[in-house]
Design a binder for this molecule. Structure first.
Ligand SMILES: *Cc1c(COP(=O)(O)O)cnc(C)c1O
Length: 386
């Protein structure tokens, strides 16, 4: 058969493989324990921390979607990042973007402070800074593109081309786009990280993470570490929920993206909106790179509101179809104010340096009807002018 599309893989992976009853949907094995066929002979599974049939299926599905050689499912995204940090030793250097996800940066900084590795935090959209950081031949470079909350874009292939020549490992946090819209391993990356809590599960009702590896030996080694450190997702029910989310991933991404675009177009001309951040806009920095490396522009965008936090409060209180919440990638639309929510641990000066204005708002477009979302947001914005 011809190579299957992601849409088909996401839906079909593991379907109708039950050897006992012919269940179309793979069953859930909640057992923490699996019997040995003989006291010298463990079966495929022995103790559920090191895996169960559902974990294996989820790992195979996500590895196929990212076109990797293997995957390790972890109990959340940060557990996956912790796992990748095992590849670094004392004296090694890790290069990370200054606008990485807050929890990732906190982890990188805390481990570096304990002497686990040296950390270099750079603005990766500044090509000179990026190339300078790579010139020091770090052990690993961490990319997150598009970034949060300003949707900054980094050229994955450019970084991989340099990294490959000198043995630097490249890890890409692909949470914002999912494998439907971006496949970093095909651009030369060694690892992809996802917070499955976001688009992959997509229903805001389960946490999860995954590390997908380009190399089978790396996958095996990291699988060993995940079991050793207790980072695996040990819950069969949780694995099932995440795989259930994967079934509709491509259909959801299409609507998330369509709604984001419709909202962005509606905000474009609004007098209360002073800035718009969406990689699909021609004037967005990195738009051309996004066009090259992404299969779409995604469901996330940010905008700056005219005025101050009073205006933010007034706007948010009038919205009916956007929940004021952190996180992203669920079926329901969310709005958040990074300066007082996701990025509140940064002081005002650091926020300003990072380009996070007090009235910046980040939207995770859900899969409601786009017209309803636009009407709600425009209605709330119009009421500010009155
Ligand atoms: C949420 C998130 C993480 C962390 O994942 P958890 O599942 O919350 O541990 C990492 N990176 C990005 C981009 C995220 O949005």
């Amino acid at each position: 058969m011809a190579k299957l599309h992601s849409q088909t893989l996401a839906v079909r992976s593991g379907i109708e493989t039950d050897p006992v009853y012919g269940a179309v949907v793979p069953p859930i094995y909640t057992s923490s324990n699996f019997a040995f066929s003989d006291f010298r002979e463990p079966g495929q599974f022995d103790y559920a921390r090191s895996g169960n049939p559902g974990t294996k299926l989820l790992e195979n599905t996500l590895a196929e979607l990212e076109q990797g050689a293997g995957a390790i499912v972890t109990n959340c995204g940060l557990a996956g990042i912790t796992l990748l940090m095992q590849l670094l030793e004392q004296g090694d250097t890790l290069v990370v973007p200054h606008d990485a996800y807050g929890g990732s940066l906190r982890l990188f900084k805390a481990l570096a402070q304990k002497g686990h590795f040296n950390l270099e935090v750079v603005d990766q959209t500044d090509e000179q800074q990026l190339k300078q950081a790579l010139a020091s031949k770090p052990k690993m470079i961490w990319l997150e593109t598009p970034s949060n909350p300003l949707l900054r874009i980094v050229d994955i292939q450019l970084v991989c081309d340099i990294a490959k020549q000198q043995g630097t490992l490249v890890a890409v946090d692909n949470t914002f786009l999912s494998p439907i819209l971006q496949k970093p391993l095909n651009l030369g990356a060694d690892f992809v990280l996802h917070s499955c809590t976001k688009y992959i599960n997509g229903h805001s009702d389960a946490l999860g993470g995954v590390v997908v590896c380009a190399d089978a030996q790396q996958a095996e080694d990291l699988g060993w570490w995940a079991n050793c450190l207790g980072l695996t997702d040990c819950s069969a029910l949780n694995n099932y929920m995440v795989l259930r989310g994967v079934r509709t991933l491509s259909a959801r991404m299409a609507v998330h993206q369509q709604n984001a675009r419709q909202l962005v177009d509606a905000l474009r001309a609004h007098p209360q909106v002073t800035k718009l951040y969406y990689p699909g806009l021609e004037e967005h920095p990195g738009h051309e790179i996004a066009k090259k490396q992404q299969a779409g522009f995604g469901g996330m965008f940010s905008f700056e509101l005219k005025g101050d936090l009073n205006q933010v409060q007034a706007l948010l209180s009038r919205l009916e179809l956007f929940s004021i919440a952190e996180s992203l990638g669920g079926t329901e639309s969310l709005i958040c104010c990074p300066s007082t929510m996701t990025h509140r641990s940064m002081d005002a000066e650091s926020q300003q340096k990072a380009g996070i204005a007090p009235t910046l708002l980040r939207v995770s477009a859900g899969i409601e009807h786009g017209d309803d979302l636009v009407a709600d947001l425009i209605n709330a914005l119009n009421s500010l002018e009155a």
